[in-house]
Design a protein around this ligand. Structure first.
Ligand SMILES: Cc1ncc(COP(=O)(O)O)c(C=O)c1O
Length: 387
């Protein structure tokens, strides 16, 4: 292996994969109708429910996160249904596109990219809907494109008060990184993807469905076949899948979920929070600006403005010099921000390393002093040592 291939992935997905999980992936496939595979599905399903903090069904789909997003919509809604979509970034925008693609009537609640959605806007529209014409409220919890985490707890409380609308939530970069208590917040439909907090490669997505969501599924008239979740639910009764699943990714999932159980939910959330605080405070010490509103920083991603310096050039230097892959800005943010993913299998060393690489690059560009570079590391260490 060439030494240049020792790449460190610090993007918000795909995320690094633990050695044990890689070994599980490389096993010889087994028959997906075998007892052995059924045992595996039983184990992963139980552990997925633990991770989602739910008694609802959690279904595994072969497909990326967007497959689960699409499945959530086409299984519970009908053409012409009125829905609210929260949009404050690329993935909120994706929700709007999926909803419109299936003929839904979309009321958008927007917020400038980098700022959170305002829960009070949801409250107002939901309270005014006396006729209960709004069938669903759809939004992204952790907005990967901007590094903002939306206040899902408050928004979901307003959805519950409405008492009719379903909540359809993209938790792709929040599940496995911060608290998403699906049952406590009564989230009806929650979509996520394997290449994020789950610490396995891309290819699987997950969707949890409440009783209310299944009741809505009885009335949904949007055509579907591969993503018809009723087939997945029926097969799951037998710990099976309707179609050939990505067997080796399920091996990997089983291993990764066992690792997560060993670490424990609270410790996983604390680790992500420490990393968020270390990153964001070091970035400020380096005289760079955080792109997201500081009270709403995602535990998974830190988005950083580079000012007059081209963020793509900055990323290139870090990739070439340190073999650390950072993510760029999307759409109008390209060249203006770069994003550091600290989601999943990330330890304190990864955080210190990426901060050092950023500091070194700024130092060489003459943008900071060596004193500031040192100070950023001191600050990061302080946050890493807390808890
Ligand atoms: C917030 C969010 N939603 C959805 C997705 C789903 O994308 P994909 O279909 O590429 O897994 C992603 C992936 O980056 C994401 O970050």
């Amino acid at each position: 292996m060439a030494i240049q291939e020792k790449l460190s992935l610090m993007i918000p997905g795909p995320t690094p994969v633990p050695e044990k999980v890689l070994q599980a992936l490389s096993k010889h496939p087994i028959g997906h109708r075998s007892k052995e595979f059924q045992d595996l599905v039983e184990s992963t399903t139980n552990n997925l429910k633990w991770l989602h903090q739910t008694q609802n069904d959690v279904l595994t789909i072969t497909g990326s996160g967007t497959a689960a997003m699409e499945a959530g919509i086409i299984n519970t809604l009908s053409k012409g249904d009125k829905v609210i979509c929260g949009e404050n970034g690329k993935f909120g925008e994706r929700w709007v596109k999926v909803a419109k693609a299936f003929g839904l009537e979309v009321i958008e609640i927007n917020s400038e990219w980098g700022t959170p959605l305002d829960p009070e806007e949801f409250k107002k529209i939901l309270q005014e809907d006396k006729q209960k014409t709004i069938k669903a409220v759809i939004l992204t919890h952790s907005e990967t494109s901007t590094g903002v985490i939306n206040d899902l707890e408050t928004i979901s409380s307003y959805i519950r008060e409405h008492n009719t609308a379903l909540s359809i939530i993209d938790c792709v970069t929040s599940l496995g990184a911060c608290n998403v208590p699906v049952d406590k917040w009564q989230l009806d439909i929650v979509a996520s993807g394997s290449q994020k907090g789950y610490m396995i490669p891309p290819g699987l997505s997950f969707i949890s469905m409440s009783q209310k969501a299944w009741e809505a599924a009885e009335k949904s008239n949007i055509p579907k076949f591969y993503l018809n979740l009723k087939s997945y639910r029926k097969s799951l009764l037998n710990n099976s899948n309707p179609y050939t699943p990505a067997v080796n990714l399920v091996f990997a999932l089983d291993e990764a979920l066992k690792m997560m159980r060993e670490e424990g939910l609270d410790k996983i959330f604390i680790r992500h929070n420490r990393h968020k605080l270390a990153m964001s405070n070091a970035i400020k010490a380096l005289n760079l600006k955080l792109f997201a509103s500081e009270k709403y920083l995602s535990p998974s991603i830190t988005a950083i403005e580079t000012g007059e310096f081209d963020a793509e050039e900055f990323r290139k230097i870090i990739k070439n010099k340190f073999n650390i892959l950072l993510a760029g800005g999307q759409d109008h943010l390209k060249g203006k921000i770069f994003r550091v993913g600290h989601l999943g299998y990330v330890n304190d060393r990864d955080i210190i390393t990426v901060i050092s690489a950023i500091s070194n690059t700024l130092l060489n560009l003459g943008r900071i002093t060596s004193g500031q570079a040192g100070e950023a590391l001191v600050i990061a260490s302080k946050y890493l040592e807390a808890n």
